[in-house]
Write a protein of this length. Structure first.
Length: 242
């Protein structure tokens, strides 16, 4: 799964990195190294009206289309932050968005907590990112929900898959990461053939350029925030990652 992540780049940096030629949000999100469910995050999506790539803000955690009020919507978001790649195309909360409204969630990196099934101390947090400092483009889906007061809320979920390679030593699940050569197809709202979309999520070189290191348990609390959260700590032998 993916339960926390860092997104600290300014919107201008994301516009350049991801080739945003369409609109950008009027408000600017603060840099955060400890984003939790229901918080606002940047997403990248294609605008079907303009044919351009937009930068937008969405609340993390998909709001199901049948929810009737804002309190229920917010309460349910923490249970819908991730959508499994194996079933995202058939689950009622996610399936319509998977077919029509896909996005990228650009993150500095994400946190994962070691499970007892791996070789690291259980519940030890790790930070997974690209070694070159570039953003990690996670596959996502988005939706719009109209509240009982007429407020239109955009929400998003990150698509996950079974972990592979060294990441499987930390946790059994990992986000689906989308390489640049697949962005156009993934974001295209007219691309709706399920078998093809599932193929886009299969990427044999997914671990290339990735790194993971243990971090302080300070990240466990949403009250803590700052670049110090992603600084590596030494687990000592024989539990160092590399």
């Amino acid at each position: 799964m993916c339960g926390r992540f860092a997104q600290s780049k300014l919107d201008d940096a994301l516009v350049e990195e991801f080739g945003i030629t369409g609109s950008s949000p009027e408000s600017v999100l603060p840099a955060s190294w400890n984003i939790a469910p229901s918080e606002g995050v940047y997403i990248i999506r294609d605008n079907p009206d303009t044919g351009r790539r937009d930068l937008a803000i969405a609340s993390w955690g998909m709001i199901a289309p049948w929810v009737k009020n804002i309190s229920t919507a917010r309460a349910g978001q923490s249970h819908a932050i991730n959508a499994r790649s194996e079933s995202v195309f058939e689950k009622p909360t996610f399936r319509d968005s998977f077919r029509k409204r896909r996005c990228l969630v650009p993150v500095d990196g994400y946190y994962e907590w070691a499970t007892a099934l791996g070789k690291y101390p259980p519940k030890q947090p790790f930070f997974i990112s690209r070694s070159d400092g570039a953003s990690l483009p996670l596959a996502g889906i988005w939706s719009e929900w109209l509240s009982e007061k007429g407020e239109r809320i955009t929400s998003t979920a990150i698509v996950t898959q079974e972990s592979t390679g060294f990441l499987a030593q930390i946790h059994s699940r990992m986000p689906v990461m989308m390489p640049p050569e697949r962005w156009q197809e993934w974001l295209d709202p007219d691309a709706r053939e399920i078998t093809h979309l599932r193929t886009l999520m299969e990427y044999s070189e997914v671990l290339q350029g990735l790194t993971a290191h243990a971090v302080s348990t300070s990240v466990n609390s949403v009250r803590n925030n700052g670049p110090e959260l992603i600084q590596p700590i030494d687990l000592g032998e024989p539990e160092t990652l590399f």
